[in-house]
Structure formats: C-alpha cells, structure tokens
Ligand binder design. Structure first.
Ligand code: NAP
Length: 230
C-alpha cells in the first residue's frame, strides 16, 4: 500500500518558494515553524528533491524535544525516515541530512547514478535504485509502502512537487502564504516542471481549511482524484 502523501510548502504572496538564485529565505513565522515541526513529527517519512538538498542543506529533523520524546515513547525513531530524490547520487557526503540526528535515510537514485557515488553515500543512507533516468516516483512510493511507511511528508522543492502532482501521487497540500513579494520569473514555485497545457489536465483541489497564521495565511487542500471527478 502506498503511503498517504502530503506536501507542505511556504510561498510568498506572489507564489515563490525562494529567490531566483534559489537562495533559501524565511517566508513563514514562528507559529508556522511549530506547526511544520508538529506535522513532521507525526509522519513516518519526509522527502525532498536533490535541488533542495543542494540549495538549503536541510537536516529535516524534528526540532522540539517534547515531540522527539513522544515519538520515542511511541516506539518510533526520533526522526522520520529521511528520503532524497536524487537520480545521479549528487547528495554531498557531508550533507546535514546524512549526519544530523539519528535514524534511517534513503537516497533514491536511478540508473544514471555512478557506482562510485552511490558507494560513497552508502555508509550514511540506504541507496534505492528506482528508474532508468529520473527516479520513478510511483515505484518508489510502492517500495516505501513495503517498508511500512504510511504517511509521507514532501517538503519540496517545486520540481519534485510538480512531478508528484503530474503523476497523481499527492493526497493533500498545505500552503503557507507569507507576507512578502519575492518576484522573479525564474524563482521556484510550488509546482515547477513542465506544467500542463489543457485545463482538463490540471490537478484540482478541494479547500479543507484556511487560517490566519503569523502575518500570512495557511491553506489546507485535498487533491481531487481523477476518479472522484466524473
Ligand atoms: P527539487 O524539487 O528539490 O529537486 C529536483 C531534482 O530532483 C530534479 O532536478 C532532479 O535532479 C531530481 N529528480 C529525480 N527524479 C525526479 C522526478 N521524478 N521528478 C522530479 N525531480 C526528480 O529542486 P528545485 O525545484 O530546484 O527546488 C529547490 C528550491 O526550492 C530551492 O530554492 C529551495 O530553497 C526551495 N524550497 C523551498 C521550500 C519552501 O517551502 N519554501 C521548500 C523546499 C525547497 P536529478 O535529475 O539530478 O536527480
């Protein structure tokens, strides 16, 4: 059984995830930071694309001590399984995601990954080969299901999220909209990649909730499955 997939992103009021140089910027505030830490602590695994690892060097650890303790009390690892989507095994061996906090890491690679690169990463992460060129995301989710991963949080970036939407693999979306304009036609947005041409191809969403958060707004959407629309 595939995990339930939810995407969480923070974007500016003009729909940008970061600057045109792909430099990480603070978009949301303290309340949203705590909300994200909470939902992270509740999931089995958390996923990012290699673009995010190279740009932001995130650790994807749970930060709050009480939330970490709660996971341990429940018999879970302190942090969710951390997963990088990385066809060519470009994850730096000193990346924070491989070293900060205990727990399992998975780097999903494709047939394009050089064996010496996967060998260098293998002391720090399980290497999962999935796909010939890009990582085959639906096959990877099937594999994650076999590991007992039931809930998967996706933190970005826009290229990975765009592919997950295009393949109908997203169940829920949380969008925190911050109170700034970042601008730039080339700045990342929540669903980059090739995009859609016909309106019938657009994934459609159902608004579940909205709330004011810090100086912005949080939107919670569920994704309408194609089979639900007819
Ligand atoms: P990304 O989505 O993190 O990673 C994309 C890369 O993943 C691709 O270029 C590709 O590289 C690899 N990949 C492998 N298989 C794939 C597949 N099937 N579909 C899609 N990607 C696949 O990178 P990004 O779009 O450049 O996003 C990074 C930016 O987003 C940074 O600026 C970061 O700061 C920002 N960000 C913002 C937030 C937020 O909430 N505001 C969150 C996260 C990131 P290979 O072909 O080399 O494998």
């Amino acid at each position: 059984m595939r995990p339930h997939v939810f995407v969480n992103v923070a974007m500016s009021a003009d729909g940008k995830l970061s600057t045109k140089e792909r430099r990480q910027v603070r978009i949301s505030g303290e309340t949203d930071f705590r909300r994200v830490d909470l939902i992270k602590s509740e999931c089995d695994a958390i996923m990012v694309g290699i673009g995010t690892v190279l740009a932001d060097d995130p650790s994807l650890t749970v930060k709050d001590a009480l939330l970490k303790k709660k996971r341990l009390d429940e018999g879970r690892d302190e942090h969710p399984v951390r997963i990088v989507i990385d066809s060519r095994a470009r994850t730096p061996v000193d990346a924070d995601i491989l070293h900060k906090g205990p727990g399992r890491r998975i780097i999903a690679v494709s047939g394009l990954a050089a064996p010496e690169k996967t060998a260098a990463l293998s002391p720090y992460a399980d290497i999962q080969m999935c796909g010939d060129e890009q990582v085959n995301l639906s096959a990877l989710l099937d594999y994650l299901g076999t590991l007992g991963i039931r809930t998967l949080m996706v933190e970005g970036g826009g290229t990975l999220i765009g592919s997950l939407f295009a393949e109908g693999l997203v169940d829920e979306l949380f969008t925190c909209i911050g109170n700034m304009i970042i601008g730039g036609a080339d700045a990342p947005t929540p669903a980059d990649g090739t995009g859609y041409i016909r309106e019938t191809e657009f994934p459609s969403l159902v608004l579940r909730d909205m709330q004011r958060i810090d100086d912005g707004v949080l939107l919670h959407w569920s994704v309408q499955k194609k089979s639900d629309k007819s």
